[in-house]
Design a protein around this ligand. Structure first.
Ligand code: UDP
Length: 140
């Protein structure tokens, strides 16, 4: 399979605990390359836009509040089968259901404060990458 790119966020619960380096080490150990990265503070509008697909869900307002509660690190990851591979490295949404050794099993605090985001399909990966990065900022 050809190289693929996915979009990742290290969420506020993880930046608050200074876990960016530890999470990046797990990403790199899985064979994924961090080809773009920046630390940002999301505006409410940016967080609402990013999670627009969830706007009707009961957890939406709390999720937006959480995502703007502190800095996040947004990233583009590149590798063979990067989208599925990163979902594996992340683990299940609810850390109680996440497999041993995954980022969420190791670090997540709750189903909401679950340390990382990763795209779930090629279309969403492309859309999410371009929500935060221009092509010039991605260096493969
Ligand atoms: N989330 C939440 N409560 C829920 C389900 C999800 O707070 O019951 C949050 C959680 O931070 C999750 C995000 O909403 O990562 C997006 O949910 P999704 O179902 O897309 O999970 P993911 O793809 O992140 O595993």
């Amino acid at each position: 399979m050809a190289l693929e790119r996915t979009f990742s966020i290290i969420k506020p619960d993880a930046t608050a605990r200074n876990l960016t380096g530890k999470i990046n080490a797990m990403i790199e150990a899985a064979g994924l390359r961090i080809v773009a990265q920046k630390r940002v503070r999301l505006s409410k509008a940016a967080a609402e836009g990013f999670y627009a697909v969830h706007s009707e869900r009961p957890f939406f307002n709390d999720l937006v509040s959480f995502m703007i509660s502190g800095p996040v690190v947004v990233q583009v990851l590149e590798g063979e089968n990067a989208i599925a591979k990163y979902r594996e490295v992340m683990g299940a949404t609810n850390p109680e259901n996440a497999a041993e050794g995954t980022i969420r099993k190791t670090f997540a605090e709750s189903i909401e404060a679950n340390s990382v985001h990763g795209s779930d399909a090629p279309e969403t990966a492309a859309q999410e990458i371009h929500y935060f990065f221009s092509d010039l900022e991605i260096v493969g």
